[in-house]
Write a protein that binds this ligand. Structure first.
Ligand SMILES: Nc1nc2c(ncn2[C@@H]2O[C@H](COP(=O)(O)OP(=O)(O)OP(=O)(O)O)[C@@H](O)[C@H]2O)c(=O)[nH]1
Ligand SMILES: [Mg+2]
Length: 280
């Protein structure tokens, strides 16, 4: 039996994860988005022949990114966590993880930072040696500008990861470039044992709210909810015109959704109660 190699592709929405996988596969195996809305909402996996070696089976795992609306973040985390835990529980090991970053973006916006933070929480420090930090959309910028940004990333946001063994790579749009990017992962003799969220959920029996990623997301959602609450209070205090009333309604709706997500990320009462006795 051949080992199935599972490189998992992660990163913010719209960064080009599905495009990368389709390019590597040489055909459309996972849908690509054409507007600002996130496209890959569920985890997709795509079988792909290994160029020049029919005996190797590779399955790319396409994951949804966390976006800047926070609307479905707890659901996205749940889908990623459940998929990773189930595959690990079924003895499918990840070959490595690709984290994609759009180099045409002038700055690390909130979404990029948050995605990177969530990614690191999901992955854990020990697995960072099996991470490839892939920059995309090089065709959209002047190469010199891209190179400068890449250096900045390596000396700031990616610094620790690079120190832990993560490897930066450029995806330049072609099939050859895609395979060049994943080569180090496929050259690894040993597959990645497990990333942090898999260990937490499968080996330690934790629930999503107890994981590092779950805790981080809950904290981020709480901060956004606090900002929304202040905005709602401000809007309620003013004698609003129609436009303001509309904005109030929308902000209240968003706040309700955020609070629901925070609730979803709380540990059920019984589990909290039992943990007082078991220490877990
Ligand atoms: N110019 C340029 N556009 C790209 C590149 N890669 C992807 N795109 C475009 O960026 C948009 C988003 O690409 P996707 O591959 O759907 O991105 P994704 O990361 O899978 O997005 P989600 O599924 O929403 O998380 C599409 O319109 C792509 O055509 C690239 O290298 N250069
Ligand atoms: Mg996608």
């Amino acid at each position: 039996m051949h080992l199935i190699e599972l490189p998992s592709v992660m990163g913010p929405t719209g960064v080009g994860k599905s495009t990368f996988i389709n390019t590597a596969a040489g055909k459309v195996v996972t849908p690509v988005g054409h507007d600002l809305q996130s496209c890959t909402a569920t985890i997709q996996h795509a079988f792909c022949p290994y160029p020049g070696n029919r005996s190797r089976r590779i399955v790319f795992v396409d994951t949804p990114g966390f976006d800047d609306t926070f609307v479905d973040d707890s659901e996205i985390l749940r889908r990623i966590a459940v998929w990773l835990a189930t595959s690990y529980g079924n003895d499918m090991k990840l070959a490595g993880v690709l984290y994609l970053h759009d180099i045409s973006q002038p700055r690390m916006f909130g979404t990029s930072r948050r995605n990177l933070d969530m990614f690191r929480r999901l992955c854990g420090e020990d697995a960072e040696k099996n991470v490839i930090l892939v920059t995309t959309k090089w065709g959209d910028i002047v190469p010199d500008v891209g190179r400068r940004r890449e250096e900045q990333l390596k000396s700031s946001f990616w610094k620790e990861m690079v120190e832990h063994g993560s490897r930066p790579a450029r995806f330049e749009g072609s099939k050859e470039s895609a395979w060049e990017v994943i080569k180090p992962i496929l050259a690894n003799k040993e597959v990645l044992e497990a990333i942090r969220i898999q260990q937490e959920m499968v080996d330690l029996g934790k629930m999503i709210p107890e994981t590092d990623a779950g805790n981080t997301l809950r904290a981020a959602l709480k901060e956004v909810a606090a900002t929304h609450r202040r905005a709602v209070e401000g809007l309620r205090a003013g004698v609003g015109d129609d436009e303001e009333r509309q904005r109030l309604k929308e902000t209240e709706k968003e706040l309700r959704e955020l609070l629901k997500q925070i609730e979803d990320l709380k540990l059920p009462f019984m589990k909290r109660f039992l943990s007082l006795f078991t220490g877990r």
